[in-house]
Write a protein that binds this ligand. Structure first.
Ligand SMILES: [Zn+2]
Length: 60
């Protein structure tokens, strides 16, 4: 999937973002844009919390 530059322009992840912010960002990012894979550390943290990783298809 191509980069959703419009989404990125309105959803900036701060350089010093906390884990919590990064988790939320990656969840929303995965649902809105496919420019890059969710990092393994984020995926693992979601699993630990019992959260599922959304995909663009699952939202339609
Ligand atoms: Zn992206």
């Amino acid at each position: 999937m191509a980069i959703n530059s419009e989404w990125h322009a309105t959803h900036k992840l701060p350089r010093n973002a906390k884990l919590e912010e990064r988790l939320n960002w990656h969840i929303v990012h995965a649902a809105n844009c496919g420019c890059r894979e969710m990092p393994a550390t984020i995926k693992r943290e979601l699993e630990v919390r019992g959260l599922t990783v959304p995909s663009p298809r699952s939202l339609k």
